[in-house]
Design a protein around this ligand. Structure first.
Ligand SMILES: NC(=O)c1ccc[n+]([C@@H]2O[C@H](COP(=O)([O-])OP(=O)(O)OC[C@H]3O[C@@H](n4cnc5c(N)ncnc54)[C@H](O)[C@@H]3O)[C@@H](O)[C@H]2O)c1
Length: 440
């Protein structure tokens, strides 16, 4: 199969392409504009493979897209290109409207025009898979909510629980939560989850633009009979994620000894999915999903943000403990030093102090990375809880995530520890925009 993948230089797109080249015989053409979020360095391990090629274009450019379809003759499109960071969408929504709505419209029209030229067997087999987010559904009641805060609550669609009884469970979960520490997330089985039937109620410019793109895709299915698939996935984490998102930001800030920012009280709940599980789900949906269907994808890992940050700190405390050098019995004025020299970077740990204090100094444990946690003002319109009901993809397509949050997070932290160069280069932009692949 020949796949046209948009946004393949981003976090999830690059994981998808690495998976396809390693685990399938498919051929991939990667269409990406290479914004700040797109880095071909994430694809170095596949860039020389004859089944992979790259085209640098903007998905809003119709003529360039038409040329890609004509040249590469794909059997399916997997559309991931998007502006994806909620905070950026608040500062500058225009890019989100342009790429996520106009870009998706342009992709749909270019793909439909190409599809109309295909012979009947290829036309029937063709798929346009739109990759979207659970953020289109807005947010869900939170275990801390008082019943009065739960206006608009919809119990899960397969659940006969009444709203009244659900509210009472939420109240009891809230009571339980205030009695427990913030590290325990009481996931009540009756707190509602996002199903494929949940009404759209996006909160941010990002989620509204993704919701709009989902509507366009459904309209192209209904109006033109265009063979689409949609997946709505929860928060992803894993290797190669741009360090503006929570998990890589916390890992890299901690290693640099910088504050670990927590929005509000840090009790926002997200349902975390390891990126390699997500890309396997995407391929399963593409190859086995019912035309026109929507599938929710989630990790069964509801965690408060503060729990996520504390879990990262615990792994770092174990793998790269913070070390101070304690200097004993020495004249401060002669040394011109503080008595504690804190070293928080793994690079710095191997560098000896410049003055010869070895006889008087000794390394001491400098405390946990959790000491760097800093509470900052909450994001406007911040959704409080997301949680996916992934039973449809499980029952219909037999997909389940393989990583637990603990195993996936450990792999992720280790990857960032092992890949300083990638982190440095995406952060300073030194690799962004560099052409490595094949152009049309
Ligand atoms: N990251 C998540 O947790 C998550 C969860 C659910 C769904 N999604 C969705 O998955 C998709 C991929 O997310 P991601 O986290 O990999 O995003 P990302 O920001 O890491 O990557 C986006 C990619 O799209 C490219 N791009 C942006 N604008 C473009 C344009 N106009 N033309 C061509 N290419 C363009 C960028 O260069 C980049 O390579 C998005 O559609 C996002 O909405 C993400």
């Amino acid at each position: 199969m020949k796949l046209l993948i948009t946004g393949g230089a981003g976090f999830i797109g690059s994981a998808l392409i690495r998976y396809l080249i390693e685990h399938t015989d498919d051929t991939v053409v990667n269409v990406d504009k290479l914004t700040y979020a797109g880095n071909l360095e994430s694809l170095l391990e596949v860039s020389d493979n004859p089944r992979y090629s790259f085209v640098q274009i903007d998905i809003c450019e119709r003529a360039a897209l038409d040329q890609v379809f004509t040249t590469h003759q794909p059997d399916a499109v997997m559309h991931l290109a998007a502006a994806s960071h909620v905070d950026r969408s608040i500062d500058g929504p225009a890019e989100f409207i342009q790429t996520n709505i106009v870009g998706t419209y342009t992709m749909l029209e270019a793909a439909r025009a190409y599809w109309n030229t295909l012979p009947e067997p290829r036309k029937i087999a063709f798929r346009f898979h739109h990759i979207s987010t659970d953020e289109v559904y807005g947010d869900l009641p939170h275990p801390n909510d008082e019943p009065a805060d739960c206006h608009g609550l919809q119990p899960r669609s397969d659940d006969s629980t009444t709203i009244a009884s659900t509210l009472s469970v939420i109240a009891s979960a809230a009571k339980q939560s205030t009695e427990q520490t913030a590290t325990a997330t009481p996931r009540s089985a009756v707190l509602p989850l996002f199903t494929e039937e949940t009404s759209y109620a996006p909160s941010s410019p990002y989620s509204a633009s993704k919701a709009s793109s989902d509507h366009l895709v459904r309209a192209w299915l209904r109006t033109y009979g265009f063979p689409t698939l949609i997946t709505n996935c929860s928060n992803n984490y894993g290797p190669y994620q741009f360090p503006e998102k929570l998990i890589p930001l916390v890992i890299l800030n901690a290693l640099a000894g910088k504050p670990l920012p927590i929005y509000g009280t840090g009790d926002q709940i997200r349902d975390w999915l390891y990126v390699e599980d997500h890309v396997q789900a995407l391929y399963t949906v593409l190859t086995q999903g019912t035309v026109g269907a929507t599938y929710n994808i989630g990790g069964h890992n509801e965690k408060r943000n503060i729990e996520v940050v504390e879990a990262i700190c615990a792994i770092l405390d174990e793998l790269v403990p913070r070390i101070s050098v304690k200097i004993d019995d020495i004249s401060q004025s002669a040394a011109g030093l503080q008595t504690d020299l804190q070293e928080q970077s793994p690079h710095a740990r191997t560098v000896a102090p410049k003055i010869d204090l070895q006889e008087q100094s000794r390394p001491v444990q400098a405390g946990s990375y959790t000491e760097l946690i800093t509470y900052v003002a909450d994001r406007p319109g911040h959704d409080r809880r997301y949680a996916i009901d992934a039973s449809k993809i499980q029952h219909e397509l037999d997909w389940m995530p393989t990583e637990t949050f603990a195993s996936g997070l450990r792999k992720t932290v280790q990857w960032y520890l092992d890949n300083h160069v990638w982190c440095q280069r995406v952060q300073d932009g030194s690799y962004q925009g560099q052409r490595l692949g094949i152009t049309i």
